[in-house]
Design a protein. Structure first.
Length: 130
């Protein structure tokens, strides 16, 4: 059975401009989260060359990878796909800091407290310097 596609559908499907924009958006989100291509690939359990393909716009990420990618980058899947989301600004770490704090939250309470003390001292020192 032969599928019939309208010329508009075909033009949208092969629109290189859209795929390039998607790739640029992915690169910007990855860099904003402080992750290298290899680090993101490790979090997604894919080969690092996949990240390069996706960022070049050559191929889009597979749908089964999108939820994990969004989580690793600290965004929603809709944002990966280019839908602008209006959200409240919250004071929460993102990217590598978020991953580090997630790992810290799994430590025993005594070790968590020591890390909090170090972070608070650094923040206080930075506040005085500014």
């Amino acid at each position: 059975m032969q599928a019939v596609f309208t010329s508009q559908w075909y033009a949208a499907a092969v629109d290189n401009k859209t795929s390039v924009q998607r790739g640029k958006r992915l690169r910007v989100l990855r860099e904003a989260s402080g992750l290298s291509q290899r680090e993101l690939a490790q979090r997604l359990a894919v080969h690092h060359s996949n990240i390069g393909f996706w960022e070049s716009g050559a191929t889009p990420p597979r749908s089964d990878v999108l939820p994990a990618m969004a989580d690793a980058l600290g965004v929603r899947v809709e944002e990966l796909l280019g839908h602008e989301i209006k959200r409240k600004l919250i004071a929460a770490p993102s990217g590598r800091a978020r991953l580090a704090f997630d790992a810290v939250s799994k430590l025993p309470k005594r070790q968590q407290q020591k890390i909090v003390e170090v972070v608070e001292a650094m923040v206080e020192k930075h506040s005085k310097a500014a």
